[in-house]
Design a binder for this molecule. Structure first.
Ligand code: ADP
Ligand code: MG
Length: 691
């Protein structure tokens, strides 16, 4: 995306090493010499003092020294090398299950041996199994610093890594690049001091602080890493901002007309984010805004009002959703709201009939359809907009980076290089810490309030053994005129099995409830079939809807006030939260029954406890972060966001805050320092690239 950075010249590649070695280093993420400097130890061995054998207690790893009294291969219980070393009267056994002839030679009787390992009590007495050892010849001082143990890969020994890293530390420029006012105000040591200390800590350094990575040297490295991430994301943000976009002014006729016919008033939160969005649309650079709001917070109407502002300015808007059910629902909502205002809404999905599709494509190309709603089908090459001004992407995290890029490019072909504004929406609440880190390249708006009149959902945890009571509850609710969802268990191993389970559950429940009309919706159904079932449920023709997790996102049927989730213990927290968000949309009190099978794993128990105790999506996400860590929470690998190596977002919030502020300030006041920092940390790579 960017040309070779000048950094490549400053930080040369790993020249002079064999391909075998560079291949292995590449596996560790080391491609430049400087990456060796940034390859920090996992832990340390303390070889800075000798422990007398008499004092060598079982447990910690120790360095000891003694003279070999006897050494030989034994065959019981299996082939092994057993060597005894003595220091005065104290004796220690060194035992090797795998060994070379050369090692046997080194352990010859009379040799003085220095060994490092953990002492344990074996059947031969105190012993070390597979210690690292050396023959002591003459005066041999102990190590002056703790011995680093590096993350490594098969075939790359610690000794080789240590040598390469030591060489890099001696040869690479380690000078300070950040303003001292910045590092000093944060109490962080200079870069060179920090890396030297971490690679070769002096014996008196607190091992605990090193291990917990709270030592100032560690904090310096974490800060630098976070700063590089923030800088890189802000640079991308600014670069995209430099592109042109159509100016979509606040006009108001259509927007006002819709507000007038809506059966509700916008909440204060909706009004606030709408104002931000409307302001963005009026700028001559593309909006890059993420709209976050818990399930049911009312993002759709904000999207519709944004789309109208675009249409008022003679541009088209595209609305994209990740599933057919959700896209279809948006299509119906948008049509219901906008067609009476004279705004034509087109529909595109994979399951359209050819002739219908052709018709819609023609209307989109001619600009007759001002708004196009659809699934991934909107990305296809055959979709050509006359004048795309705004792309709205619901549940943005479900789309890949490339798909979002594809939609953006559609705008530039129709707009003489100008890019459409982008509004991304997400109902997956992300704790502030994560949002700050991972969305540093977006503007974020949050709808932090639910529309009034909602009664909180009551969550019940019920063991599988009490299934009968649950069935009775479903019957009562449906007979009383309410509707219910029955969510089938998630079967991750096999989609086929999952489908079978849904079919079986449906058959069983039909049998159980002869007096009720029971529908079924699952992921393998054709689009039209799915729509028909959802429409029947929405119209109240079906009372009970058996569903796989396809209903997880976006489905809106306010009369449904009971949900049963089978095998809730198999589901993740955000999935449970999204599912539960399908009820509690009307005025009647809603209940979500989580059926679980015992015994529960400790993790499952924790998850069920969190979902039982909390209804606020942000709080659930925060707890999820604690339980799982940020990588898994965001599915970071898939989304193209790299994992942070050193910083831990759950623990290093203060550093993240500081890095974010520092990134802004550096880019503004000391762009050269920002550039140097990016070069040092990322070299020519642009790891943190997002679209
Ligand atoms: P989500 O943010 O999960 O996409 P929706 O946009 O589907 O939420 O809104 C959920 C429901 O709330 C819909 O039925 C919608 O019409 C309704 N709604 C949205 N805003 C308000 C409001 N301000 N007052 C009352 N109901 C609202
Ligand atoms: Mg929605």
């Amino acid at each position: 995306m960017t040309g070779p950075s000048p950094a490549t010249a400053v930080h040369p590649s790993l020249s002079g090493l064999s391909k075998a070695v560079t291949d292995k280093l590449a596996k560790l993420g080391i491609v430049r010499k400087f990456d060796l400097v940034l390859h920090l130890p996992l832990r340390y061995d303390d070889e800075t003092r000798l422990t007398p054998i008499a004092d060598a207690l079982p447990g910690a790893e120790l360095l000891v020294q003694g003279t070999v009294t006897d050494c030989g291969i034994q065959y019981r219980p299996k082939r092994q090398l057993v060597c005894r070393i003595a220091e005065g009267n104290a004796v220690l056994v060194l035992r090797f299950l795998n060994f070379y002839g050369s090692q046997v030679k080194l352990l010859a009787e009379g040799n003085t041996i220095r060994a490092f390992g953990a002492v344990r009590i074996g059947h031969l007495g105190a012993e070390m199994v597979h210690p690292r050892f050396r023959v002591v010849a003459g005066e041999m001082p102990v190590a002056q610093s703790l011995t680093p143990v590096y993350p490594t890969t098969a075939g790359m020994g610690q000794d080789t890594l240590r040598r390469l890293i030591a060489r890099a530390l001696a040869g690479e420029p380690l000078g300070e690049q950040l303003p001292s006012a910045l590092t000093e105000s944060l109490g962080l040591p200079p870069f060179a001091d920090a890396v030297r200390l971490l690679h070769n800590p002096p014996p008196d350094v607190s091992q605990l602080l090193l291990q917990e990575r709270t030592h100032p040297a560690w904090r310096r490295m974490k800060f630098d890493e976070l700063l590089a991430q923030q800088l890189s994301m802000r640079v991308h943000y600014q670069r995209r901002r430099a592109a042109g976009a159509p100016v979509l002014r606040v006009k108001g006729q259509l927007v006002k007309a819709l507000l007038k016919v809506l059966p509700f008033q916008l909440t204060a939160a909706q009004n606030r984010v709408l104002a931000q969005v409307r302001d963005d649309l009026g700028q001559s650079h593309p909006m890059q805004r993420l709209l976050q709001g818990d399930v049911g917070s009312g993002k759709t109407v904000v999207a519709a009002l944004a789309a109208l502002q675009c249409v008022e300015n003679g541009h088209q808007a595209a609305v994209m959703a990740p599933t057919e059910i959700l896209a279809e629902q948006h299509y119906r909502k948008f049509s219901e709201w906008l067609e009476p205002l004279g705004v034509k809404v087109a529909w595109l999905s994979g399951s359209l009939k050819k002739t219908d599709k052709k018709q819609w494509l023609a209307e989109i190309a001619a600009g007759e359809a001002a708004i196009a709603v659809g699934t991934h089908a909107l990305f296809e090459d055959e979709v050509v907009f006359k004048k795309l001004g705004l792309a709205i992407i619901d549940e943005q995290h479900r789309f890949g980076v490339h798909q979002r890029l594809a939609l953006r490019m559609k705008g530039s072909t129709s707009n003489k290089g100008a890019q459409p504004h982008q509004l991304m929406m997400s109902a997956t609440p992300i704790p502030r810490t994560l949002a700050m880190s991972y969305y540093a390249d977006l503007d974020v708006s949050v709808i932090d309030e639910l529309p009034p009149g909602r009664t909180p959902v009551v969550t019940k945890l019920v063991s599988e053994e009490r299934r009968d009571e649950v069935i009775q509850r479903v019957r009562d609710a449906c007979i009383a005129g309410r509707q219910a969802y029955w969510v089938c268990p998630l079967i991750e191993e096999s989609e086929k099995l999952q489908l079978q389970t849904a079919l079986d559950t449906h058959a069983l429940l039909q049998e159980t409830f002869p007096e009720l009309r029971v529908g079924l919706v699952h992921g393998r159904m054709k689009g039209a079939e799915k729509q028909a079932v959802m429409a029947a449920f929405k119209a109240g023709e079906l009372q009970l809807l058996v569903a796989t997790t396809v209903i997880e996102i976006g489905v809106d049927v306010p009369n449904a006030s009971l949900m049963v989730i089978e095998h809730a213990e198999r589901m993740g927290l955000s999935q449970l939260h999204q599912l539960r968000g399908r009820v509690g949309r009307g005025a009647t009190e809603s209940v979500c029954v989580l059926l679980y099978q015992t015994p529960l794993s400790p993790m499952a128990k924790e998850r069920l406890k969190v979902i039982y105790e909390h209804t606020d999506g942000f709080e659930i996400a925060r707890q999820d972060l604690n339980l799982r860590g940020p990588g898994e929470l965001l599915g970071a690998r898939q989304s193209g966001v790299p994992m942070l190596r050193f910083a831990d977002l759950a623990r290093d919030l203060d550093l993240l805050d500081a890095a974010r502020d520092a990134a802004e300030q550096l880019l503004r006041e000391q762009p050269e320092a920002a550039k140097a920092h990016l070069a040092r940390w990322l070299g020519g790579r642009n790891e943190y690239l997002k679209v």
